[in-house]
Design a protein around this ligand. Structure first.
Ligand code: ADP
Ligand code: MG
Length: 400
């Protein structure tokens, strides 16, 4: 894979596919980690006299403009981080973008509006994606892929566009891939994997591959309830993917066969209601054993005994990969499980990798020093699919 050092960028229009998909509260960015992560690549290009055209997706708009997913706040924040003006185009390949790119001086930066305001970006139809990629290509001379969080997507700006322009990987992607390689080659043992979060089916796939590599797998967050249900326990109104139960049972059997320790919560915090994340009104959860969840309640965090258990299971780790919060950390009453795991990672001498947009945000929002972790990845799905051993379209496109 070429790096930006291999490109002659001075005076050239360089398209940087970034991942500025930051969490927003209205138009306020609640965690700017992804913007800070790609800023060094942009700063380097600026320094070398490139005209930098930055593009990203934000959220999941439906292929047309939707103000709640505007990247305008990201342009402001990127400007603050770079310490220079960042122009903002109110469209992606339209008049505003064309004019803003044409007006760029050497060393100037423009951020285009959300790529996903265009149906061609995420289209499953190759021709539709190619047509959008052609429009994007008209805005630039060179392509730098640095949106690690999107490399598992076969999207126009990630997969089709690099084929149309001389291209290289940005520094963020180079770093991310370097760390993930470390997790797939020689790992220091015990290798402990902690999985949680909400996207259960997205995350189950990785277990298949991790069963061949990890020594211990700890399960928390929403996915825990599918495992508890598979073991025959009542899970009330907790997140549950019934159709995944057969798969989960296979994993448990495979783990036993391979001698991989599979650890499920022994207790959980439950409530009859999902907490109010806006007012953060006290939720007053109850602690119950994980095999005694009342039928009318849902599990929203791991309980105190599980916190201790997981901390103990992490204490002697040589390597840790953690993806997915242990509970609904956005509410203080359900943040303790996630805090306990983060603290256990810091207390261990292991090489620690945190993956996942929300997990990374959680670590920072809960007040941990991100530099104390081995690596905080900007990509959740992307890092999981890499660890699953899949070919990632956005990385494959940069290889050629
Ligand atoms: P990541 O972005 O780190 O990959 P996910 O997007 O999969 O993580 O999941 C993060 C979300 O999971 C958070 O918003 C959190 O509130 C939610 N979550 C965690 N535990 C539960 C639970 N028990 N029930 C419902 N949602 C949960
Ligand atoms: Mg997420």
């Amino acid at each position: 894979m070429k790096t930006i050092e291999d490109l002659d960028v001075a005076g050239k229009r360089v398209f940087v596919r970034a991942d500025l998909n930051v969490p927003l509260d209205g138009s306020t960015i609640t965690d700017d980690g992804r913007i800070r992560a790609v800023a060094p690549t942009i700063a380097k290009l600026v320094e070398r006299g490139a005209k930098v055209v930055v593009a990203s997706h934000l959220g999941r708009p439906k292929g047309e403009p939707d103000p709640q997913y505007s990247l305008a706040p990201a342009a402001v924040r990127l400007g603050e981080i770079l310490g220079k003006d960042v122009a903002f185009a109110t469209d992606t390949v339209g008049e505003s973008a064309g004019a803003a790119v044409a007006a760029l001086a050497d060393g100037g930066v423009v951020l285009l509006e959300n790529l996903r305001f265009n149906a061609g970006e995420t289209s499953k139809d190759d021709a539709e994606r190619a047509a959008f990629a052609e429009q994007l290509a008209a805005l630039a001379d060179l392509y730098v892929g640095d949106g690690f969080g999107a490399v598992h997507r076969k999207h126009a700006s990630v997969f089709d566009l690099p084929a149309l322009l001389p291209h290289a990987a940005g520094d963020l992607i180079a770093t991310e891939v370097g760390v993930l390689k470390k997790l797939t080659d020689e790992v220091a043992r015990p290798y402990v994997v902690v999985l949680g979060g909400a996207k259960v089916s997205d995350k189950l796939g990785v277990i298949d591959n991790l069963l061949k590599k990890a020594d211990r797998i700890l399960i928390g967050g929403g996915m825990a309830y599918t495992f508890l249900a598979a073991k025959g326990h009542e899970v009330g109104i907790s997140l549950l993917q019934k159709d995944q139960i057969p798969t989960v049972l296979e994993y448990l059997a495979e783990a036993e066969k391979r001698g991989v320790e599979f650890v499920l919560p022994v207790d959980v915090l439950v409530s009859a209601e999902f907490p109010d994340l806006k007012t953060k009104a006290p939720a007053n959860p109850t602690v119950v054993a994980s095999d005694a969840i009342p039928a009318d309640q849902e599990g929203l965090d791991i309980g105190p005994a599980t916190r201790e258990l997981y901390a103990a299971k992490l204490a002697d780790a040589g390597t840790v990969f953690w993806n997915g919060p242990m509970g609904v950390f956005e509410h203080p009453d359900y943040a303790n499980g996630t805090k306990a795991v983060a603290q256990a990672l810091l207390d261990s001498d292991a090489f620690t990798v945190v993956g996942g947009g929300d997990s990374a945000a959680a670590v920072r929002i809960l007040g941990f020093d991100e530099n104390a972790f081995g690596h905080i990845s900007t990509g959740g799905g992307a890092s999981l699919e890499y660890l699953e051993g899949k070919t990632l379209p956005g990385l494959a496109a940069l290889e050629g």
